[in-house]
Design a protein around this ligand. Structure first.
Ligand code: SF4
Ligand code: SF4
Length: 341
């Protein structure tokens, strides 16, 4: 008994709350190395900001959009992740759609994909439970982490991940704006400013508003196969925005976010082209899969001045622009990166 207690106490002492010198992220496990050279597996310490669960105010800047936007700050689009009373987190496997956002946001790399779900590495005993440790020490450690040397990746994009996401995503209920929140969170993770309509707002029908290089982009998110209405919905959004909120010098364009691109002969592309010719309004088209590939590869879109896809022939342009490896996806795979002929 006394031997067991000794082991547990030793484990508690070994948690390097203020003395981390480097973190190596890995897709199976991440490791931290202390200033004394000790290497230990990264585990959740129940940090105060819970970056895996919530965006911070300065990341969302909810008051900048000039239109009412949703104020929810949750990172997980399906509410699969929750904060326990002791500050640690739990993940509900049934709700996780493997978007990877929580993994990428944990500064310690304490969350990984295992058995088709996000799983958090936790301390196993009450004695070495970090929630028992002084909050001040945890804060110091988290500040310290910002400057330590980091290497490796907690998530490596591959075909299985894409498949798992599309499989789980297709079963999601369409209510509660899950897709809208997912798209917002992907854009925020990509370094963009993005707001979504407040839940229950029936006057402002705009799904999402994106600020990109001085341009205001109104986004329609359509995940069913019925995509033909999307360009017309963007036109509605432009009209509503101009009439209710726009300043005369606002530069407006449209975006359609789809699960998959329709085939190259689909009517939607003709409508998008006609809107450009007749009304001079650009409408780009992007898939959720493309946004995921960019997020999984740690891309920052803030500096990007290129469109996403402005017609059906400009395929794979955004991932290629950033040298993101998409070679594991066959041409036309799930119509994520290019249209089917
Ligand atoms: S998983 Fe990471 S970000 Fe989330 S509470 Fe734990 S340490 Fe903090
Ligand atoms: S991977 Fe995505 S869906 Fe799964 S728990 Fe994390 S944020 Fe939620």
């Amino acid at each position: 008994m006394s031997k067991l207690l000794k082991q547990k106490t030793k484990s508690m002492v070994e948690i390097p709350f203020t003395t981390i010198s480097s973190i190596t992220f890995g897709s199976e496990q991440s490791y931290i190395v202390t200033n004394k050279g000790n290497k230990t597996v990264s585990k959740c310490v129940g940090c105060k900001n819970h970056k895996c669960c919530m965006f911070e105010e300065d990341e969302l800047k909810l008051d900048q959009f000039g239109i009412p936007v949703d104020i929810r700050t949750n990172v997980c689009p399906t509410d699969a992740i929750s904060i326990n009373k002791d500050g640690s987190i739990s993940i509900d496997n049934y709700k996780c759609i493997e978007c990877g956002l929580c993994l990428l946001r944990c500064p310690l790399g304490a969350i990984h994909f295992k058995n088709r779900s996000a799983m958090v590495e936790v301390y196993e005993t009450i004695v070495d439970n970090p929630s028992k440790v002084d909050e001040l020490k945890k804060d110091q450690m988290m500040k310290n982490i910002l400057s330590v040397q980091k290497s490796g990746n907690v998530l490596i994009a591959n075909k299985d991940l894409v498949d798992h996401f599309y499989d789980k995503f297709s079963w999601l209920p369409s209510q509660y704006q899950i897709a809208d929140i997912l798209v917002r969170n992907l854009f925020v993770q990509l370094g963009c400013s993005y707001g979504i309509r407040r839940r229950g707002d029936v006057i402002n029908r705009i799904d999402g508003i994106l600020f990109k290089n001085g341009q205001i982009v109104l986004n329609e998110v359509e995940l069913s196969e019925d995509v033909l209405e999307s360009p017309r919905a963007v036109l509605d959004d432009v009209a509503i925005y101009k009439y209710k909120f726009a300043k005369s010098n606002d530069k407006l364009s449209g975006l359609i976010t789809l699960a998959q691109l329709p085939n190259s002969r689909a009517e939607m592309w003709r409508v998008v082209d006609d809107i450009k010719k007749i009304l001079n309004i650009d409408i780009d088209v992007v898939t959720i899969g493309t946004l995921l590939l960019l997020v999984w590869n740690g891309i920052n879109l803030k500096e990007c001045r290129e469109p996403f896809f402005n017609n059906k022939t400009k395929n794979r342009n955004i991932p290629m622009l950033y040298k993101v490896d998409t070679s594991f996806l066959d041409t036309g795979y799930l119509s994520i990166l290019e249209t089917k002929k």
